[in-house]
Structures are given as C-alpha cells and as structure tokens.
Design a protein around this ligand. Sequence first.
Ligand code: F6R
Length: 619
Amino acid sequence: MCGIVGYVGPKVDGRALEVVMEGLARLEYRGYDSAGVALIAGDHVLTTKRAGKLANLIGALAQEPPPESSTGIGHTRWATHGGPTDENAHPHAGGEDGKLALIHNGIIENFHGLRSGLIGEGVQFLSETDTEVVAQLLARSYDKVGDLTEAMRQVVADLTGAFTLLAVHADQPGVVVGARRNSPLVVGLGDGETFLGSDVAAFIGYTREALELGQDQIVTITTQGASIINFDGTPAEGKRYHVDWDAAAAEKGGFPNFMAKEIHDQPHAVADTLLGRTDGSGRLVLDELRMDEAELRAVDKIVIIACGTAAYAGMVAKYAIEHWTRIPCEVELAHEFRYRDPVVNERTLVVAISQSGETMDTLMAVKHARKLGARVIAICNTHGSTIPRESDAVLYTHAGPEIAVASTKAFLAQITACYILGLYLAQLRGGTYADEAQAVMKDLYEMPAKIQTVLDDLDRVREIARFMADTRSVLFLGRHVGYPVALEGALKLKELAYIHAEGFAAGELKHGPIALIEAGQPVFVIVPSPSSEHGLHGKVVSNIQEIRARGARTIVIAEEGDEDVVPFADVVIRVPATPPLLAPLVTTVPLQVFACELAAAKGLDVDQPRNLAKSVTVE
Ligand code: F6R
C-alpha cells in the first residue's frame, strides 16, 4: 500500500527527481492507483501528480519538465478516502502560498472532525482525502512556528489513526520531515545525501545503510543525515543496520515477472531460512530468539496469528507443531483475533507471521496479545519493520525481498521457520520429538533440492495453465497439510487470474461442496504421501474417485511412484517423496506456477494484480 519516498541531496547534483522517481518505481510492487512528486524549486514547491500507473506521471513530467532540485518527496497512492483521481493523488498542498507539500500512508481516523473545523474557518479543499486535511493543518502550524519539524510535532498531536507523513516546505530547502505511527518509514543514509522510504527498496539503488525508526517518532533529514525526536519532543536514536541484499536482488533477473523469479528463488529462500539453525552436534540453536528458555518450556498453548497466505503457512505449522510438541496450537486470522476476547495469558505463546512486518491487522493483533499478557514471537521477512519491533522476539525468514504482490517464496520460508520453531520447542521441552528433531532437520535440509526438482519439471503445469486460460472456476482439495495448500492454490488463482477458485478440506466434500461438481469442472487434488499415517492417502484417492465419477476433470499432485492415483487422474503432476508433514514445501510450487502462467496467458499483470497492495498497512 502507498509507497513513500523522500530525498535530500547536494545542491550541485540537483537529482531529486531522478532519485524519487526511481524509488517510486521500486515501490510499485506495493500496489497503487495514482502517483505524484513534489520538488522544492526556488521559493515554491512544484507538484505533479496523476491517476493511474507511473507511466502517466512520467508523461506529465515529460510535458512540463521541472527545474533541477535537490529536495523532493514522491508517493504512490492506494486509494482509501476518495477514488483514484488526479485531485486525490498525493502530494497535497497546504496553505495557499504553494510552499508546502505533504504525502501520507495510512488513515487519519478523526479527519471528518478536523476537516469540518477547517471548513468552518474558510479553508477550501481540492480533494476528498484525509491527507489534505493534515496538509492544511501543517501549513497553519508552520505559519505560527516557522519550523517544519516543530509544526509536524504539533500537528501529529491532534491526529488519531495510523500514518506515515512526509512534508517539504520551500522556506526550508534541503529538509524533509517525516512522522510515523503504526505505519512504515525507514531512513537511508548515503554519502552527503539522505533518503526516506516506506521500505528499503525505495533507496536500495543508492545505499544499503539504513536506520530503523520507532513508533511515534519524527525524523528530519538533511544532507548531513537524520535527526529523530519522539512525538513528545524528546530526542531519540534510530537503530542502524546494513541491508543484506542489493539492488540486483530486487530486479527480475531474466524472468518475465517478479513472481516467476520469486517462485524460482524458493530453493534458496528455504535453504537460507534453514542456515545456521543447528550447532556442530546437530542440535537446534535459536540464539536470535533471545527468549527465556524456562518461559518457552512453560508455554501451554500456541496461537498463530496472520493474514492471507501467511495464515495458510500458520495452518501448515499447526499440524507440525502439535505433532512435535504436543502443545495445543490454534491458528486465527489476525483481524478476527484482534476484535474478540481470546483466551490467552502469560503461558500462551503467540506467533505472528508476516512477510512485510507491516500488515496492520497483524500488528494490531500483536499489540492485543501482548496487552493480554501473552509472549509474542514474530516470524518475519523484513528487517527494520514494525511487527518484529512490537514483538518480544523475532525469527527472521531469509527469503530476500519479495516484490510481486502475490506471496510465494515468503510462504515456503514462513513454513520453514515455523518448522524450525516447532522443532526447537520440541527439543526444549523433551518428549518423543526432542530426539527426533535432528532427524527432521536433516529431512528439511534436503527440501531445497526437492523444490528444485519440482521447478525443473513444470512444462506440463504451464501447458495446462495456458489450455485453461478461459476457465471460469477451479476447485482445490486437500487433507491434513494438503488442506492449507489447497487454500493457498485457490488464493493464488483468485488474486492473479481473477478466476473463481475455492479450496476445500477433501473430507468436507460430501458435506456440501460436491454439489459444485459437474461435467468438466477442473479440480486440483493435493494427494498426501502414501506413507502418511491413518490411511490418509487412501481417503484422498477415494475423494478423487467420487468427483471423477461426477464428471470432474482431475489434476492430481502426487508423489513420485504413487500409482494408485493414475486411474482416476486426467493429469498427474509429480513431486518428490517427502516426509508427510514437509510436503507443502513441494506441493505448493505447481499451484503457484499454475496461477502465474494462467494469469500471464490471460494477459494480466502478474506482479500487480488489480485492487491489491503488497503490504496492507491499514485495517
Ligand atoms: C497473498 C498475499 C497476502 C499476504 C497477506 C499478509 O498472495 O500476499 O495474502 O500474505 O496480506 O501479508 P504479510 O505476510 O506481509 O503480513
């Protein structure tokens, strides 16, 4: 959601426009429907903004090129208050002298009251946005105090909601002021130039040195660096860190889109997430967690909170964690957990899974859980993001930057991190799996090569995806860990190809969904390993027969050598044999590729599906 870029550089270079536009291009993946820039030009601020993709903004800038500038801000907007129009696009001007511009990510919840007050005082608004209200307040405050940082401090005191704000004022060239509450903002420290971004991708082409900000802080950047204060005016320090990936990692690397690249990154994502988790004797060591072992031993309930794909990773984790630790484990959508009265206490371990670390629903659920006394571990892919900061501990996935809106490699990395956590808890607490944890880790170390095997043999999947480009509905069935994989397969198809798709627990079929089956209905079935316990494999083979008998076209994902499925499958997609609990790391991959190929065959934008944003930073 909304991408934000700020830049201050040397006057002689005057390259603010170039840097800000590159930052916006790198933030496109977050999802947006309009874009704009504001540059300090002499005694005023020059703003250009357009609805639609960045190309429209580039066209407008080409028609009326702005003069060189060393200070600028830029924004990609994902509409909340007011539709995606030129008027509603950011930056917004404050005051009438054309000296102040403001951009914003988030929602100002009390904007109606503030707006009415300003209208009462004669202010005329040009847009329907909550942002313009803040711009007007900031201009008034600036006129009183004559300093942008102090003006920002006074204005944020009157705002409720979540926001990142960036502002420039023509009377203070060489300064950009930012403020954040529950919404992302990071600082990039260059040599004689300083950057602000919604995430480090905004400035990764220029510097890998970053500064993490805390909540409720205001940052002022100049060519000398960044100074930070809290909303109450007291000085604060940011946490400096080095970004461990570079601009090349955020590029397509020869693939037609980011999603295809990220699907093919998955063996590395899983291998990197597994790296350094065991000592010389094979025992799991999670020093990074920095959580008291006695406290972890005392945990009597685990609750996983997450949204979307991350929640499906949590569902996979539940099967594994309960099996290995015998600790009851629930999985709940973060936004549902947040607005009820869950039974959690000091002995509950809450695991918050988030690729971006900025998903507002998950962040609010983390705060809720901590308020209720629970300890929270974040599983996150983004250093410097908010959710790890607001949690008691963090286990990072090392999937590298995920640019495509639809999550792929983060999903496999999240599942892997959950396995690691589950095995670690099992090892800590003793019991059957304490001794077996090392053996399971060995199985896990073999998974990257198995994922690669799946990736090397996907021609059949691509072929059926192209063949099915006109399909209107696809169903996905799975049991046990195959059930969340079915849900994930359906989600990928919905969000990328805009096709009606549903995932079901295969056992649920006869309780209703089987009524959907008619001649030719395509159904993907994720078949458990024949080595699964409790006759699970046979049950799913029966499910395939039931739908086939009613005319379904069955596309079956089954282990190498599983011949039982062959008589009932229209298409068999093979995956290598794995221990049953680890199967999602291979069975998910063909479903990701299927959705990606089918969307591409329909001519859709695979990386930026309609209406979606990469990180959902509003509730
Ligand atoms: C789907 C997808 C989303 C995210 C969800 C949570 O492909 O990407 O469902 O998984 O919005 O995002 P994070 O993991 O950043 O909290």
